[in-house]
Design a protein around this ligand. Structure first.
Ligand code: SF4
Length: 354
């Protein structure tokens, strides 16, 4: 079978087995194959083998709590919150509801990090209040992460002081064309976070069938050039009522192919730790991804106000995904490893005590 695979793909993968990531040109070659080609299967397998081998076959769970929803001036054509097409009523989480979600996420100390997700235009004091409340309620090793709009260094410094360790931020595909935001400001925000001492988690997103390989690579390499700590791929979900829903979605098999190329392009970076796939799918976890995300509250990829009732996965579903995808450990926020097996998953699948 070896001889059947394109020689250049073989060479790229052999260099990766030796510790060398493919450069942009090599990534373009890997992405040029159809997702059901023999080459794509080889790329997905190699990425998973390499990433798992460097990380003791571990995966992590990230949680996300959506704090608020209002029609958003970002107006992204793929997002349920865009001001010209938002269909939800504005809402903000109460302290009681927020506290119950934090306790639920963190009670077994196997959540690596918890995102607090605000809007593009957010109230810093409101956000910091939620960070401080989360900090007070957490007794284990879970890190607090932030997912908010464009921000200056000072805002990130205040978040760091309140207990945030990293941000999720992205300059999205066709930013400024399918969104009302400025791509330069999106990228500057990531550098602002680094300057404030926060880690940056980036993502190639939101990928649709219409994107060219060059567009995908431009986006992927923003995270690489700035020295992100996590990278990921998100396929665009055709959210009903959003303008870009008409283009449809890429398959999960193509999503896995993209995850594999991102994993190969980033595994050798000294800053890199984990690779995500959105939304969580088994194919992604046998293609190099090792981050599973649980979501509750509002979610830009969902038209339902409480995403855990629809698209979002809970902690038990995340643990089952990790077990079923053959990982042997879950990592805590302090990088400690917990062996994962059926007893572990079933013993934690219990109702809330509160
Ligand atoms: S993706 Fe973010 S910035 Fe864009 S409309 Fe949605 S909430 Fe606003």
């Amino acid at each position: 079978m070896h001889g059947l695979i394109d020689k250049r793909v073989r060479d790229i993968l052999e260099r990766a087995y030796g510790g060398l990531s493919p450069d942009r040109d090599a990534c373009a070659h890997l992405l040029s194959f159809d997702e059901s080609s023999l080459e794509a299967y080889a790329v997905r397998s190699a990425a998973s083998y390499i990433v798992r081998g460097r990380n003791d076959n571990s995966a992590i769970i990230l949680g996300q709590i959506g704090l608020e929803m209002a029609p958003c001036p970002g107006n992204c054509g793929f997002c349920a919150f865009g001001k010209d097409h938002a269909q939800m009523r504005p809402s903000r989480i109460s302290d009681e509801e927020f506290a119950a979600k934090v306790i639920d996420f963190c009670r077994d100390d196997d959540l690596y990090g918890l995102y607090l997700m605000g809007m593009h235009d957010y109230d810093l004091d409101f956000f910091l209040g939620k960070v401080r409340l989360a900090k007070k309620l957490m007794s284990g090793s879970t890190q607090i992460l932030s997912n908010i709009g464009d921000s200056e260094v000072e805002a990130f410094a205040a978040m760091k002081q309140a207990g945030v360790s990293a941000i999720y931020h992205v300059c999205r595909l066709r930013e400024g064309s399918v969104t009302d935001l400025d791509p330069k400001v999106r990228v500057k925000t990531m550098y602002n976070a680094l300057e404030a001492g926060l880690q940056v988690f980036s993502c190639l997103e939101p990928v649709g069938p219409e994107h060219t390989i060059e567009e995908l690579l431009d986006n992927l390499f923003i995270g690489i050039e700035l020295g992100c700590t996590q990278h990921a791929v998100m396929r665009r979900v055709a959210v009903p009522g959003t303008p870009l829903a008409k283009y449809g979605q890429i398959s999960n098999l193509r999503l896995g192919h993209l995850v594999a190329v991102v994993a190969l392009a980033t595994f050798s970076m000294p800053t890199m730790k984990y690779i995500g796939v959105h939304e969580p799918t088994e194919i992604g976890y046998v293609s190099g991804a090792n981050v599973v995300t649980a979501e509750t509250g509002v979610n830009p990829r969902d038209h339902i106000a409480e995403t855990s009732d629809n698209r979002g996965m809970d902690m038990t579903a995340c643990r089952k995904m990790i077990l079923n995808c053959g990982f042997s450990h879950i990592r805590r926020g302090n990088e400690d490893k917990i062996p994962i097996n059926l007893d572990y998953v079933e013993s934690l699948d219990r109702p809330l005590e509160t």
